[in-house]
Design a protein around this ligand. Structure first.
Ligand SMILES: [Zn+2]
Ligand SMILES: [Zn+2]
Length: 624
């Protein structure tokens, strides 16, 4: 897209009319405008003309246009490559003059219809094409959706990486697994540090979240200050690490903030997210009531504060703690080593040794291989876990909310555990989980403190981002200064306006085993078809000279029908193929491609007529 797309009409900050709804902005966004023009939205022109306040529109507009051209100062570009209209793979590029830097570099977990895909990465094409002007990567916190893609990016472009101590510790573990730790340039920063990326600097600001050591960023640029909250919540009684630095957000707001990019995950939820400490109180009550039962707590491995509270309550009720799950073991080891987790002596035991303790002396903290709690628990419930089986003697506490799309699976695990006779406690019953993300009142507080000119809601599906945009508009930010962005957009902002000036490649790169990007949409379509309709292979051997069929045709099927019970259908199918072959094979000339496609098409319509199914058909014709 080369024509500058004008998305906003110039408007004084703070000015706002009731007529300018969000959908107006969305419509305006789609219309192309002349490069330097102020938005000439026909609808708006009509409205303005009808309002009688400015009867003559054309001349003043032209004049304004000329003034704008003169007044426009240096602009900043923001290019999101992930994290919008999706959960995960957060990555945003900030650009000014000749300099660019990256905020976060995460992965997304595959959706249910992405068969065989292990993880999803952002598209790095734009970064590879601009490697010379990239000055570094700064990471807000150690969750997979913010750090998971770092090894894959560093293998392509080796950039310095900046993050707080725990974040860098977790990144180190990843780079080690990928064998690229020794060549990496990792830098530990602390809140209020300022990191220079060419003409821009990123300042770390302490925030609260469901992992320790999380930061937001104030990005100081020649165009102005942009605040990126990262993932955050406001916790006035955090377990460790201090309260979010609201004072700094306020100071920056006083100096003037050009734009705010803020976490939209919980933008639909009114009120406040409760403090992590409330979960500790619930643990105390539940552990007390557990009696002779063994206790199992399933949670996300990165939630060190949650683990801390479980260990503290375990100490109170004189139980040992076993950690189960590789990702949980790794995270806990790093957190202990770096002092984020305080563990009393002799309280930790190995998962293998739990059998040598009575039930009422044990707490098991468990998570799955990807750090997600339900996968391991489901194996424990179905007696499929290597070391631990759930029993009727257990109290199972699910201290997490399902990842969106995973709710059905979670319900199945709860049903299985209850059927076994275990007592199951989950969020709906007690406060055994709190979110790591801000609800509406906290989001409003950050908008009020920073008083941004432009607002770009980030980190969430469309409905989250949209709710957050409405929240900002309700607080008086002009709708034209609020942008619902999409990945791949080049969003340019300066003292005059905010507009989309182009697009860059953005999308999803699939990782399957060792392959990165070799599974594309066609492979996925085949996998989907195979999973739903199955496969039929047709094999025949044909003599080259005469064009006669020497062997076959034979039909092999997988995932289509059980052949032994469908002999009649298979027999008819074989007749169909024999007819196709004899019609297409002559002594003098035959064309493999057209014979194969005839087999595929005619067999496919025969099968569909008989069964209303469309399996993948694979003809293998051998010439001798
Ligand atoms: Zn996070
Ligand atoms: Zn996140």
């Amino acid at each position: 897209m080369t024509t500058r797309e004008k998305l906003v009409k110039q408007e004084k900050p703070g000015s706002r009319t009731k007529m300018n709804t969000l959908s107006d902005t969305a419509q305006t966004k789609k219309r192309a405008h002349t490069p330097s023009g102020i938005g000439k939205d026909p609808d708006k022109t009509k409205k303005a003309a009808n309002s009688k306040k400015r009867p003559t529109q054309k001349d003043p507009k032209e004049k304004q246009k000329r003034q704008t051209r003169q007044a426009r100062k240096i602009s900043l570009k923001i290019v999101p490559l992930g994290g919008l209209n999706e959960i995960g793979k957060n990555l945003t590029v900030f650009e000014c003059g000749q300099d660019k830097f990256i905020v976060d570099c995460g992965l997304a977990f595959p959706e249910a219809d992405m068969y065989g895909v292990d993880m999803v990465l952002p598209d790095f094409t734009y970064l590879e094409n601009n490697a010379d002007s990239l000055r570094g990567i700064i990471i807000t916190h150690g969750h997979e959706d913010h750090i998971g893609a770092i090894p894959y990016l560093l293998k392509k472009i080796n950039l310095p990486v900046y993050g707080t101590r725990l974040t860098i510790g977790l990144i180190e573990g990843k780079l080690k697994e990928h064998g690229i730790l020794s060549s990496a340039n990792l830098n530990i920063i602390t809140p209020r540090d300022m990191i220079k990326f060419g003409c821009m600097s990123a300042e770390a600001i302490l925030v609260n979240h469901s992992i320790p050591d999380a930061i937001g960023l104030a990005i100081h640029t020649p165009a102005g200050i942009v605040i990126h909250t990262g993932d955050f919540k406001v916790d006035y009684s955090p377990i460790e690490g201090g309260i979010i630095d609201l004072a700094r957000f306020g100071e920056l707001g006083k100096r003037g903030v050009l734009a705010l990019l803020s976490d939209s995950t919980n933008a639909e939820r009114p009120g406040y997210t409760p403090s992590e400490r409330t979960v500790g109180d619930s643990f105390d009550l539940l552990f007390k009531s557990a009696g002779r039962r063994r206790i199992m707590v399933a949670t996300f491995s990165s939630n060190i504060h949650r683990v801390q509270q479980i260990i503290s309550s375990a100490k109170k009720y004189n139980r040992k703690v076993a950690i189960s799950g590789r990702s949980m073991e790794n995270t806990v080891a790093i957190a202990i080593e770096q002092g984020y987790l305080k563990v009393p002596d002799d309280i930790l035991i190995s998962a293998e040794s739990i059998k040598s303790y009575p039930n009422d002396k044990i707490i098991i903290i468990t998570t799955g291989s990807q750090g997600e709690p339900m996968s391991a628990l489901s194996r424990m419930a179905s007696n499929d876990h290597r070391t631990i089986q759930a029993t009727a003697e257990d109290m199972v506490i699910i201290s997490a909310t399902p990842i969106p799309g995973n709710e059905k699976h979670v319900n199945r695990v709860i049903n299985d555990l209850m059927r076994l006779g275990a007592k199951v406690v989950y969020e709906k019953m007690y406060d055994v989980h709190v979110s790591g993300h801000a609800c509406q009142d906290e989001l409003k507080m950050v908008i009020a403190l920073t008083k941004p000119r432009y607002f770009i809601p980030v980190h969430g599906e469309y409905k989250h981002i949209k709710s957050h945009a409405e929240l900002a508009i309700d607080m008086g930010i002009a709708p034209s200064n609020v942008h619902i962005a999409e990945i791949g957009q080049v969003i340019e902002l300066d003292n005059v306006d905010m507009r989309v000036t182009g697009t860059v490649p953005a999308g999803r790169i699939f990782v399957d085993g060792l392959g990165v990007g070799d599974v594309g949409s066609i492979v996925l379509r085949d996998r989907r078809a195979l999973s739903q309709e199955g496969l039929i292979i047709v094999v025949a051997t044909i003599e080259k000279e005469s064009g006669t069929v020497l062997a076959g045709p034979d039909i092999i099927s997988r995932g289509f029908v059980y052949v032994r019970e469908s002999e009649e259908l298979m027999g008819e199918a074989r007749n169909v193929i024999t007819t196709i072959l004899s019609n297409n094979l002559t002594e003098s000339f035959y064309d493999w491609t057209s014979i194969k496609s005839a087999v595929r098409n005619e067999l496919s319509s025969f099968i569909y007529r008989k069964t209303k199914r469309s399996p993948i058909i694979l003809p293998i014709l051998m010439e001798v």
